[in-house]
Design a protein around this ligand. Structure first.
Ligand SMILES: [Zn+2]
Length: 139
């Protein structure tokens, strides 16, 4: 089945109609079996199909947007890697020792913390920043 938007050339009304195939439309039109609901005119034409969303370029756009964000994150990560000390899973511990012992760490720290740990740190007045971490490509 194929759906066409048809237009009456006489009264300019348009309507949708289903056909078994694109050939069927032509056959019916030739035999003047197609007529306007309104004025009964047989001057029925197919209108251009509704513009189909170009899903391919659409998803490409999404991918490039994702890539952009990804690149930004990688840039951010690179900055963090260069300027902060990686403490891994000791993050919560290290963050506390900086906070409580007023440890002067010339370098900030970054590492892994669970949601629970982040929540606890926050309750203790230690602010942390969470960023989504982009995994380096592992091949
Ligand atoms: Zn008509």
């Amino acid at each position: 089945m194929i759906k066409y938007k048809l237009i009456c050339k006489t009264c300019n009304i348009s309507f949708d109609s289903w056909f078994a195939s694109s050939g069927e439309f032509e056959r019916l039109k030739k035999r003047k079996f197609l007529n306007c609901h309104e004025c009964n005119s047989t001057k029925i034409e197919k209108t251009l199909m509704a513009p189909k969303l170009n899903t391919r370029s659409d998803s490409n756009k999404r991918i490039s947007k994702y890539k952009k964000i990804n690149d930004k994150l990688r840039e951010y990560q690179k900055f963090i890697k260069n300027n902060f000390e990686y403490v891994g899973k000791n993050f919560a511990h290290e963050a506390r020792s900086i906070h409580y012992k007023n440890k002067k760490n010339e370098k900030g720290i970054y590492g892994i913390a669970s949601k629970e740990e982040i929540k606890e740190l926050k309750e203790e007045g230690i602010d942390t920043e969470t960023i989504p971490w982009v995994q380096d490509k592992v091949n």
